[in-house]
Design a binder for this molecule. Structure first.
Ligand SMILES: N[C@@H](CCC(=O)N[C@@H](CS)C(=O)NCC(=O)O)C(=O)O
Length: 430
């Protein structure tokens, strides 16, 4: 990997650069710099004597690139991806650069002054400077409010460098000088920035598991047509940025309702390949990556992923039943996914277990299941849904994401169930 980003996880200008890297899945190594550590500070100063991050080092081209805007420009030029950050057209490029400067100079930097003042010792405060910064932010908010009345993104119809600049600037600015009630267009724009298709992207990525297993199985089928050898999927799951303040290298992260959906989709894929896949291990059980359980000394909380695993217990030792369904489509930006996923199995007790995942974060889904063997009765189970796709359980709020009981009647051989957006439901016939 040729690119190394020297950054700090709490630095808002680093967030600007990270957004650009993540937009295009550009591979890079992240090196977190603690400016309080003399050696780490010296190493950063050697790269960029101004001593501010982010700084990008490109080994392949032997370049050191400081300044968030210039880094994004550099990435666009030398490591272009599906999102282009600076338009080719001259006028559009100038508008993009203007808006990038606007958000950096007239919102981001003033916001930093207000935050910096909070961190100063009591006898070094600068109330006049803070008032001035807030007054200037207010002027900039008014300009942006007018702009965003007719624009989807900061420089027009396309997401650009200017939006990478706007996202952290507005996010933090809104904390020091709120604008949600006074500048609705700007507030809507920030909501759009925050809803970039990360949810759909994460799920799209995880669905690659099916292709991966399919291609491995095809090779194994040639040499082992009787399927005597198992395919073992080790350490699957989501890998995100570590929880702030956790021990570096311990890979501690939260997992949310999004990851419950991700877990269900993977379990479904494994069950469809059950003739070949006989073991799988999520990474990992406790406190690490997509864990089931988080602990803090004597405190413990169950994650949304835990609930999916427990809800899927009826599928243990069960026989997969073939299911055919029309999934429909869930589309966000450039990402297109099947809207629902369904698996079924005959349990060890002879009942039918059905798992329904609604991938669509915006709409409930009504699923009608035709059960050839059963004309009437009911199915019981649980649904795991949450107020938001990134809702999580914490030590203080351990039941923010918790399953709720659900019952569905079976009439004339049909079971009908409406499931909430971004949810996982498992029911078993009674
Ligand atoms: N204009 C620079 C600003 C970078 C900047 O202000 N970085 C802050 C963190 S958000 C920093 O390095 N602060 C440490 C310091 O000033 O000592 C850019 O766009 O990259």
């Amino acid at each position: 990997m040729s690119l190394t980003l020297y950054f700090h996880p709490l630095s808002s200008y680093c967030h600007k650069t990270l957004i650009a890297l993540y937009e295009n899945d550009t591979p890079f190594t992240a090196v977190s710099v603690n400016l309080g550590d003399a050696a780490e500070r010296a190493a950063l100063l050697k790269l960029w004597p101004i001593g501010k991050f982010p700084v990008l080092r490109d080994e392949a081209r032997d370049q050191v690139v400081p300044e968030s805007t210039v880094i994004i420009d550099y990435l666009d030029q030398h490591y272009p991806g599906r999102t282009r950050f600076v338009p080719q057209d001259g006028d559009a490029a100038r508008e993009t650069r203007l808006k990038d400067r606007f958000y950096d100079l007239h919102i981001h930097n003033h916001m930093q002054k207000v935050v910096g003042n909070r961190l100063r010792p009591a006898d070094k405060k600068d109330p006049h400077g803070v008032d001035d910064a807030k007054a200037r932010m207010k002027v900039a908010y008014d300009i942006a409010e007018r702009d965003m009345a007719s624009r989807r993104w900061a420089a027009g119809d396309a997401f650009t460098l200017a939006d990478c600049a706007a996202a952290p600037a507005l996010f933090y600015a809104g904390k020091v000088l709120p604008f949600a009630d006074t500048h609705p267009n700007l507030a809507d724009y920030l909501a759009r920035l925050q809803a970039r298709p990360s949810y759909a992207r994460v799920l799209k990525e995880t669905l690659k598991m099916d292709r991966l297993i399919g291609s491995h199985s095809a090779i194994m089928d040639r040499y082992d047509p009787q399927k005597k050898i198992s395919l073992v999927v080790d350490e699957w799951g989501a890998w995100y940025a570590p929880t702030k303040g956790s021990t570096p290298g311990f890979l501690q992260q939260q997992n949310s309702q999004r990851d419950a959906v991700l877990a269900a989709l993977n379990l479904n894929i494994f069950s469809r390949h059950a003739d070949r896949v006989r073991h799988t291990n999520i990474a990992q059980m406790v406190n690490v990556l997509q864990a089931m359980i988080l602990t803090d000394g004597p405190r413990m909380t169950l994650t949304p992923t835990y609930h999916v695993f427990r809800m899927y217990v009826p599928f243990q030792d069960a026989d997969v039943l073939p299911v055919s369904f029309t999934a429909g489509t869930y589309r966000v930006g450039e990402f297109e996914l099947p809207r629902i996923d369904v698996i079924a199995a005959k349990t060890a007790q002879g009942k039918i277990a059905i798992a329904i995942t609604n991938v669509d974060a915006g709409r409930p889904a009504t699923v009608e299941v035709e059960l050839k063997e059963l004309s009437s009765g009911r199915a019981e189970g649980e649904t795991l849904a949450a107020p938001k796709v990134d809702s999580i359980n914490t030590f203080d709020n351990p039941k923010a994401v918790a399953p709720k009981a659900v019952t569905a009647a079976i009439r004339k051989g049909r079971l009908t169930l409406t499931v909430p957006p971004a949810s996982v439901t498992v029911v078993t016939t009674q």
